[in-house]
Design a protein around this ligand. Sequence first.
Ligand code: CA
Length: 220
Amino acid sequence: MGNKNLNLSDRLYDYLLSVSLREPEVLAELRQETAQFPMSIMQIAPEQGQFMALLIQLMGAQKALEVGVFTGYSSLSVALAMPPEGKLVACDISEEYTAIAKRYWQKAGVANKIDLRIAPALETLDQLLASGQANTFDFAFIDADKKNYPNYYEQALQLVRPGGLIAIDNVLWSGRVADPADQDGSTNAIRAFNQKLHQDERVRISLLPIADGLTLAMKV
Ligand code: CA
């Protein structure tokens, strides 16, 4: 299965999955269907979905936010982990990819937990703030265009409650962040974002080398 993990040989990664992955059938089907797209690399790794589901249950999260849905693997993982009254506001701009997501949310019986907003996420997050939802989210997952990471993060930080968690994906960017010769715009954006977070005393952080790098930031 491998190749999306940064620091494990394929053999060790396969072993990790063989002794820990408990992927619900509906998620396995979604992963299979998504594999046909050239953009399928944008899908989170299955062990990351399982990890985020564990976080949701540890926190007892009932209100979550997602920036960047793609075909819905992460939103489905999160929604399945939340109680029946749980709500996930999911932001994306693609009707095409989220049509697949919606099909699987239905199939898994969690469509009622997910409020999909098709619009630039910065607008949706502004609307949530304008409607008085600051400090009400337990969990936020940011996994969209890298140049806007600082903006998504600032809005998410207002939207999550103290003690709430923001998870930010792709922070190790296939290792490219550590290669000074790589001056790509997205690479530089992630570098700058990582440095900003390192200094940010509004959060407690941990950067996990799971999948493509996942930073957890808990709002103080
Ligand atoms: Ca990602």
